[in-house]
Design a protein around this ligand. Structure first.
Ligand code: SF4
Length: 278
């Protein structure tokens, strides 16, 4: 039975006080926690962003532009909570296997370096799961119903695909045999039977292409600073949710008007020719 602490002394209690104030305090705890989550504070480009279809969005990050706050990201927090549950679940399964078969099968939430670029140096990230038995790389995605429908019919985005293959490269560089990559789409508000596990053979070239493109964008940003923003190609990727979106902006340095907005002086998109290091 859980041992509970004794009641607080009378002078520290306000029983019968304003519930609305307490509710504000509850949400304050939640929003502060979200704002201080490592994912919210992350600045360096990781494998999950390398394949971002919008080069300009990557450039904003590389140039250190402040993200616009559109309130605490609750959906991402739900995803983080699901990841934490899966981490515990597979950790428990590892302990069971250690007991029964003297072997830990799953490598969970492991930090791997997936490569490097000349301008940025090492690119690292945390891989959700790696199966030591089959060489399968697994990435969990906790998503809403319309996204789930979309990925079931069209397959994962290039961004997700690149991320999975980059993790595969990370494991390969550590000496593991990598066979396939799997993106496991889990319904954020549905039943487990609705989950969709996409997979394909691991292909190092997909990872290398992502790193090469990243290097091209990073080198362009290094060379041109904010001027690069107007020159980099954009993509139609939920601009409304982009932390750099600013409706009607005419100055990319102040915010991006979105992919569909006509650009006054729309230079030809840059080609990214660069070298990629291990
Ligand atoms: S608003 Fe759209 S086009 Fe602009 S940087 Fe963000 S994702 Fe790219």
């Amino acid at each position: 039975m859980t041992t509970l602490p004794p009641p607080l002394p009378k002078e520290l209690t306000q029983t019968g006080g304003s519930t609305d104030v307490t509710i504000d305090e509850l949400f304050d705890v939640i929003t502060k926690r979200i704002a201080n989550h490592p994912r919210s504070l992350q600045k360096a480009i990781g494998p999950s962003e390398v394949g971002q279809a919008c080069a300009r969005r990557l450039a904003y990050q590389l140039l250190g532009h402040e993200e616009r706050q559109s309130g605490p990201n609750w959906k991402a927090t739900v995803g983080t909570a699901v990841h934490a549950w899966l981490e515990r679940t597979f950790g428990d399964d590892n302990r069971r296997m250690l007991r029964d078969a003297d072997m830990e099968r799953w490598l969970i939430e492991s930090r791997v370096t997936v490569g490097a670029t000349k301008t940025l140096g090492k690119v690292s990230g945390s891989c959700d799961l790696f199966d030591r038995v089959t060489g399968l790389v697994v990435d969990w995605k906790c998503i809403g119903p319309s996204q789930l429908r979309h990925y079931k019919s069209a397959g994962p985005s290039e961004q997700y695909r690149t991320q999975a293959h980059l993790y595969g490269r990370g494991w390969k560089l550590l000496g593991y045999d990598v066979s396939e990559v799997c993106i496991c789409f889990l319904p954020r508000n549905g039943e487990l039977r609705d989950a969709y596990a996409w997979h394909e053979p691991w292909d190092e070239q997909i990872a290398l292409r992502g790193l090469e493109r990243l290097e091209g964008i990073a080198a362009t940003c290094n060379m041109l600073g904010d001027t690069a923003l107007a020159m980099l190609p954009t993509a139609d990727v939920w601009c409304i949710n982009c932390p750099f979106y600013k409706a009607g902006s005419t100055d990319p340095a102040q915010g991006c008007p979105g992919h569909d907005m006509p650009k006054a002086a729309d230079p030809a998109p840059l080609n990214f020719i660069s070298s990629t290091n291990k």
